[in-house]
Design a binder for this molecule. Structure first.
Ligand SMILES: Nc1ncnc2c1ncn2[C@@H]1O[C@H](COP(=O)(O)OP(=O)(O)OP(=O)(O)O)[C@@H](O)[C@H]1O
Ligand code: SF4
Ligand SMILES: [Mg+2]
Length: 352
């Protein structure tokens, strides 16, 4: 196993921000009390499965974590690790062929898994906002963009608010083009329109953001991230923020969760995760960041793929793990607390 990676993280231009104190070991805990009283969101043993022609395919398993008011939890993990499925499950907006198969999700004391659809509809948008991964799929292609924005802003002072919302995401210039259809806007513009609606529209308490800045260029990305951090500081907006960009996540997150094959394999305060990653998969992800390698060193890729990870007994990461031992092939590791991290690895306590 390679030595622990250096502590440097890729640079972004996001300003400092003050979140809740999530630096203590309790704050790091999936299942541990959130800092500052009762958590806003509490997820316990969440599992989601898809029904496919080949039978039931689990996409999320045994996921537990708490989120405090005003806290930002970053989520990372390879493609297919279950990040989007988890966010859409929290919103109860799963596709028809998917269902929550077990677990509980409590939002501000309300059990979401037991809530009727009309109760859930009231929470969506008003108190929980979702920025979907693919903006095009959440807009109707045949309806002018302005009309769709007004649906989402239902009941608000429309024109003044619309102007304010679009200015907030650097889109003041498209105000006179809102009678255009989605295909007349760039992917980045549509993404920002959805960010404006989800984060600013009805001022939710919780924002679930699925790769919200992936399609944006660096300047606009910094502007949007600054806006989200400002909303957190000013209004206590809590966020689950999914991204592949570890530079962005290190700058915006109080804690970071790492997903592999549907499981949360490590969750820790952002500093601890970068300085002392405990799970071999987290280490491998950090070693694959171009900015962290020494000049002349080849980029490290993680061998193999996540496909079929859950078909074998034992730890799902075993076929790809540089630290694998016999026990890993037989026993799936439970969550254990090591320093400030909660980790699913038999060897998490070892100083490798
Ligand atoms: N509609 C679907 N039908 C069947 N399986 C699905 C469907 N959508 C997702 N899955 C499966 O669920 C798992 C999790 O997918 P998900 O989209 O949540 O991953 P992700 O971590 O968001 O990936 P990415 O980083 O590529 O967005 C994957 O194995 C995927 O193949
Ligand atoms: S349990 Fe074993 S295979 Fe799984 S991550 Fe830890 S060392 Fe690797
Ligand atoms: Mg996704």
């Amino acid at each position: 196993m390679a030595a622990a990676p250096e502590t440097t993280v890729p640079e972004t231009t996001v300003p400092d921000s003050t979140g809740p104190d999530t630096t203590g070991p309790e704050a790091a805990g999936a299942g541990a009390p959130a800092p500052g009283g009762s958590p806003l969101l509490s997820v316990r043993d969440l599992a989601v499965a898809f029904r496919t022609r080949d039978g039931e395919v689990p996409a999320v398993r045994e996921v537990s974590f708490d989120l405090a008011r005003g806290e930002i939890l970053g989520l990372v993990g390879e493609s297919g690790s279950g990040k989007s499925t988890m966010l859409t499950a929290l919103m109860r907006m799963l596709p028809r062929n998917a269902a929550i198969t077990s677990g509980r999700v409590s939002f501000d004391g309300v059990e979401l898994t037991a809530l009727r659809e009309n109760g859930m509809r009231r929470l969506r948008g008003d108190r929980i906002g979702l920025i979907p991964q693919r903006p095009m799929t959440s807009l109707s292609p045949a309806t002018p963009v302005g009309r769709q924005l007004r649906w989402h802003l239902d009941g608000l002072d429309e024109d003044g608010r619309l102007r304010e919302l679009l200015a907030g995401v650097g889109l003041g210039a498209v105000l006179d083009r809102l009678d255009g259809y989605p295909f007349e806007f760039s992917g980045g513009q549509l993404q920002r329109l959805l960010i404006a609606v989800a984060a600013l529209g009805k001022r939710p308490d919780l924002l679930l953001a699925d790769e919200p800045t992936t399609t944006l260029d660096a300047t606009v990305q910094a502007q949007v991230l600054r806006l989200l951090l400002e909303l957190r500081d000013r209004m206590g907006l809590a966020m689950v923020f999914v991204t592949h960009d570890l530079g962005v996540i290190s700058q915006v997150s109080d804690r970071i969760g790492v997903m592999y094959a549907g499981r949360l394999v490590e969750i820790a305060p952002a500093g601890a995760l970068f300085d002392a990653p405990r799970h071999p998969y987290t280490r491998a992800l950090l070693e694959a960041i171009p900015g962290r390698r020494r000049r002349g060193e080849p980029l490290k890729a993680i061998p193999g793929t996540v496909a079929g990870a859950n078909r074998l007994p034992g730890c799902p990461f075993a076929p790809r793990c540089a630290a694998v031992v016999d026990r890993c092939h037989e026993e799936n590791p439970e969550v254990r607390e090591v320093g400030e991290s909660l980790v699913r690895c038999h060897r998490a306590e070892e100083d490798r």
